[in-house]
Ligand binder design. Structure first.
Ligand code: ADP
Ligand code: GLC
Length: 462
C-alpha cells in the first residue's frame, strides 16, 4: 500500500520563497516523491500559477472564508501540487506589503487558508498530515477527526500570534490555541499534533529553555516525549559546484583549483585584491542572523586579515548600518542589498569562509551550501549550526569549519582568527574543505527519518 502524506506549507521553492522553509519543504517533498510516497502538497495560491492537467474542486469552508477552491495539477517539473485559493490570498509577496510591513489581514488570510486545508484533508483523507510552521498550525482547529499529524517547527520566533477574537472562528480545540487571551496558531499545533519536530536535534533541546523557547517552552516541555529534531538537507542537484549554472567555471572535491578564479571574480566585484581571506555572508537581515554582530566585527577585520562580502535583504535599520559601514570601510566590507540567487551561489563558491553569527538557528541551510562548495563556515554554536559544523581545531581530522565559543563578538573574532590561520596551511585547508564537500548533505537521510516518524505515528510499517 502506498503511503499518502498531505504536506501543508506557506512556501515552496521554486514557486514562492521568503526563507529556508521553502527550500526545506521542497527538498523533503521531492525526496518523498522519489521514494514512491504519494504526496499532496497544499500551498496557498499566492500567484495564480498555471498548472498542467488542472482539476478544480470547491472546498467546504466556513462562510467567512468562502469561496475556497483547490486547483490540483502538475508543476513544470512534472510533480503534483494543490494550490489552495481563499479570498485575499493572491498577493505579490506572501506576507509583506510594498513598505516591508506585514499585510494587515495576514491573520485572516492564513486562518482562511488553514480552514481550506482542513477541508482538503477531509476530502483526500491522507494517511498522515504534515503541517509546517505557524501558517498551517490552525488546521487542527478545523478538523473533527484529523489523521495522524506531524507538526514541523522551522522557526519558533514566528508564531502568528494575534487577537483572541479569532478563536471563535475555530470549530475545534479553541482552548489549545488560546495563549494568554490571544490566538496562537503555534501553541495549538504544539499541543495537538501527534509528533512535533524541529529542523535540527539541538534546536529541539534548546527550545525547552526560556532563552530559545520564545515563551512556548512550557507547552513544548509538556510534549517533550513527542518532540524530536530532524536536521534539514539541501538540494544537492541545485547546489553542486560541478554543474551550477550560476558559476562561470566548475569544480569538485577532486579538483578545487577553479575555485580560485571564482574568488578573484568576487574580489574584483568588491574592488579588492590580495591574499586577505574573503568571508561571505548571505542572509535575511534580521536580529536572528546576528547581522549587528557582523557589523561589530568590521573594525577587527584588518587585524585578522579578512574582508567581508554581505548579500542580504530585510530589516531597514540593519541595511542602513551595513551601507554606512561599507562606505566607511570600503576595503573591508562590501554590501549588496537585495535577494539575488545567482550572486548567492557565486559568493558560496568564491568566498574562502562563510560567516554565520546567528543568535539562534533552527537549522540553517547556508552552512551546508557553503560546505558543499568548499567554503568553510565560521558559525556560532547554536541549533543546526552545532549539528552540522565540526570545529577544525577541536577535531582536525573531521573538521568542516569553525565554531565560536559563544554568541559574542569576542567569540567570533577568535573563531575568525582560527579560521584564517587554517587557510594559511594548504594541507589543513584541503582536509577541512574535503570533509565538508564529501559529506552527504542531501535529503536522503532526513527524508528517511521523516518516513520512520510517519510509520511510527501510524503504528505500521509501510
Ligand atoms: P532562514 O530560512 O532563516 O532565512 P536558511 O539558512 O534556512 O535561513 O535559508 C535561507 C535560504 O535563503 C538559503 O538558501 C540562502 O542561501 C537563501 N538566501 C538568504 N538570503 C538571500 C539573499 N539575499 N539572496 C539570495 N539567497 C538568499
Ligand atoms: C527557518 C530557520 C532556518 C531553517 C529554515 C528551514 O527559516 O530560520 O534555520 O533552516 O527555517 O527549516
Amino acid at each position: 500500500m502506498t503511503l499518502h502524506v498531505l504536506i501543508a506549507t506557506a512556501e515552496l521553492s521554486p514557486l514562492v520563497k521568503v526563507g529556508g522553509l521553502a527550500d526545506a519543504v521542497a527538498g523533503l517533498r521531492s525526496a518523498l516523491l522519489d521514494d514512491g510516497v504519494e504526496v499532496t502538497t497544499a500551498l496557498p495560491d499566492h500567484q495564480g500559477w498555471a498548472l498542467a492537467g488542472e482539476v478544480v474542486q470547491d472546498l467546504a469552508v466556513p462562510p467567512w472564508t468562502a469561496p475556497a477552491r483547490a486547483r490540483t495539477g502538475r508543476l513544470p517539473d512534472g510533480s503534483p501540487i494543490t494550490l489552495v485559493e481563499v479570498p485575499g490570498m493572491r498577493r505579490d509577496h506572501p506576507y509583506l506589503d510594498e513598505h516591508g510591513d506585514g499585510w494587515p489581514d495576514n491573520a485572516e488570510r492564513f486562518l482562511g487558508w488553514a480552514a481550506a486545508v482542513a477541508a482538503l484533508t477531509d476530502r483526500v483523507r491522507p494517511d498522515v498530515l504534515h503541517l509546517h510552521d505557524w501558517h498551517a498550525g490552525p488546521v487542527l482547529g478545523f478538523l473533527a477527526d484529523p489523521p495522524p499529524t506531524v507538526f514541523t517547527i522551522h522557526n519558533l520566533l514566528y508564531q502568528g500570534r494575534t487577537s483572541g477574537s479569532w478563536l471563535t472562528r475555530l470549530t475545534h480545540h479553541r482552548q489549545a490555541y488560546e495563549w494568554y487571551g490571544d490566538f496562537n496558531p503555534m501553541s495549538g499545533a504544539i499541543a495537538l499534533a501527534d509528533r512535533v519536530v524541529t529542523v535540527s536535534p539541538t534546536y529541539a533541546d534548546e527550545i525547552l529553555q526560556p532563552a530559545f523557547g520564545v515563551g512556548l517552552e512550557g507547552p513544548l516541555a509538556m510534549r517533550a516525549d513527542h518532540l524530536s529534531g530532524i536536521r534539514n538537507g539541501i538540494d544537492t542537484t541545485t547546489w553542486d559546484p560541478a554543474t551550477d549554472p550560476h558559476l562561470p567555471v566548475h569544480y569538485d572535491a577532486d579538483d578545487v583549483r577553479p575555485k580560485r578564479e571564482l574568488r578573484r571574480w568576487l574580489q574584483t566585484e568588491a574592488g579588492w585584491s590580495g591574499p586577505d581571506a574573503v568571508v561571505g555572508m548571505v542572509t535575511r537581515l534580521t536580529e536572528q542572523k546576528g547581522v549587528d554582530l557582523a557589523l561589530e566585527l568590521v573594525p577587527y577585520l584588518a587585524g585578522i586579515g579578512a574582508r567581508l562580502v554581505v548579500l542580504g535583504s530585510g530589516d531597514r535599520a540593519l541595511a542602513e548600518g551595513l551601507r554606512e559601514a561599507a562606505a566607511a570601510h570600503p576595503d573591508r566590507l562590501w554590501f549588496h542589498q537585495g535577494y539575488d540567487e545567482g550572486l548567492a551561489h557565486r559568493i558560496f563558491a568564491g568566498a574562502d569562509l562563510l560567516l554565520m553569527p546567528s543568535r539562534f538557528e533552527p537549522c540553517g541551510l547556508n552552512q551546508m551550501q557553503a560546505m558543499r562548495y568548499g567554503t568553510l563556515p565560521v558559525a556560532t554554536p547554536v541549533g543546526g549550526l552545532l549539528d552540522t559544523v565540526i570545529d577544525g581545531d577541536t577535531d582536525p581530522g573531521a573538521g568542516t569549519g569553525f565554531l565560536s565559543m559563544d554568541v559574542s563578538v569576542v567569540g567570533l573574532v577568535d573563531a575568525l582568527h582560527r579560521a584564517v590561520r587554517s587557510l594559511r596551511s594548504p594541507k589543513r585547508r584541503a582536509t577541512l574543505m574535503a570533509n565538508g564537500m564529501t559529506t552527504d548533505w542531501s535529503w536522503d537521510v532526513p527524508a528517511a527519518e521523516y518516513r520512520r516518524l510517519y510509520e511510527d505515528v501510524l503504528g505500521t510499517g509501510y
